[in-house]
Design a protein. Structure first.
Length: 341
């Protein structure tokens, strides 16, 4: 276990809303390797050998300052039942540690979940459901597929910062070419808007989102959601971006058609991201992505891309564990049907 920690003395019952506030406040904190997260697989295996150790780690992530009952406001260490349920000493209210988390209602050991999070984050390009099933020895492909989708929902931090500075924005269309269609004309493929932050000559953070069309409403909604007002948005001459100045952004336009430069030369960052996304979908996932599930694959790609320079895989594990407790549960029915536009 991590040194100098006593979770049973410092933890308190789970509340998803309180945890989200804590995660937002701690988003820019600098966790310490070997103290806040394991550095190697052997260290991870030692820290999380039992479910009790996994539960203690969840408590440490969520409640570093001690228990305050949400029902009665009484502070102090709660009773912990044999089943791991917390009972407030003031009002006798009960709270489950995993209620309101990705792990809610699981019938598998928490250790298996923690191993899964480690395998997913320690591989730079991620894992397929079949790969996860084999690594964890799960009895069915369906279980591995469901777990991956639950964890993908935890890869986007609630209230994450919006992009700033100068940002390239364009759309991409995952999948092969459609016969008889050109430019922004599509029939079956999904539309994904890509925003790539400029970091000097390099590429900064990115944001991705599936949209129903390339109308001004869809494109501006995406930009408002992902980019701070006042930033400079660099786009091609598509009319859907014409309303950017009125929405509070500086707009730099480069008309591609008929120009001397190609689109990937004019806006290299956003086209580089689009190319890497398509390669990842075809490589790691073998192209087996349905429209209604694409949003969560985009979340995973964004999570990995924005942390691509991290030299410590354990830190990615730590961030995923944080967010797995913050984002709330994902019922199987919501995973199967995915998101509709």
């Amino acid at each position: 276990m991590p040194p100098d920690t006593n979770f049973l003395e410092n933890g308190y019952p789970f509340d998803a809303r309180a945890c989200c506030g804590y995660f937002l406040a701690m988003g820019n904190a600098s966790p310490i390797a070997g103290v806040d997260y394991p550095r190697t697989f052997d260290e991870m295996d030692e820290w999380f050998r039992t479910d009790a150790q996994c539960r203690d780690y969840i408590r440490r992530l969520c409640w570093p300052n001690g228990f305050v009952c949400e029902r009665c406001g009484v502070a102090g260490e709660p009773w912990v039942t044999a089943r791991g349920v917390f009972r407030c000493k003031g009002c006798d209210g009960s709270t489950s540690l995993t209620a309101g988390t990705v792990f809610q209602d699981t019938h598998k050991p928490l250790r298996t979940w923690f191993l899964g999070m480690w395998f997913i984050t320690s591989q730079r390009n991620g894992m397929s459901a079949l790969g996860l099933q084999r690594a964890l020895g799960l009895g069915s492909y369906e279980t591995a597929w469901t777990w991956l989708h639950k964890l993908r929902r935890a890869m986007v931090r609630p209230g994450r910062d919006r992009l700033t500075g100068e940002i390239e924005v364009d759309e991409t269309y995952p999948g092969g070419p459609e016969e008889g269609k050109r430019g922004r004309e599509i029939e079956k493929k999904s539309i994904v808007v890509v925003a790539a932050e400029k970091n000097g000559r390099a590429l900064g953070r990115i944001r991705l989102k599936r949209v129903k069309d390339v109308s001004a409403e869809s494109l501006l909604d995406f930009i408002r959601e992902t980019v701070e007002p006042g930033a400079t948005i660099h786009t091609d001459g598509w009319k859907g971006y014409a309303g950017l100045p009125g929405a509070g952004y500086k707009h730099r336009v480069t008309v591609i058609n008929g120009g001397d430069e190609q689109a990937h030369e004019v806006m290299p960052r956003v086209h580089n991201v689009a190319s890497l996304l398509k390669r990842w979908l075809l490589g790691t996932l073998q192209g087996g992505v349905q429209h209604q599930h694409l949003d969560y694959y985009l979340d995973e790609f964004t999570f990995r891309f924005n942390r691509r320079r991290s030299n410590t895989r354990g830190l990615l594990f730590y961030r995923l564990a944080q967010q797995a407790v913050a984002v709330g549960p994902a019922p199987y029915s919501s995973i199967i049907y995915g998101k509709s536009l």
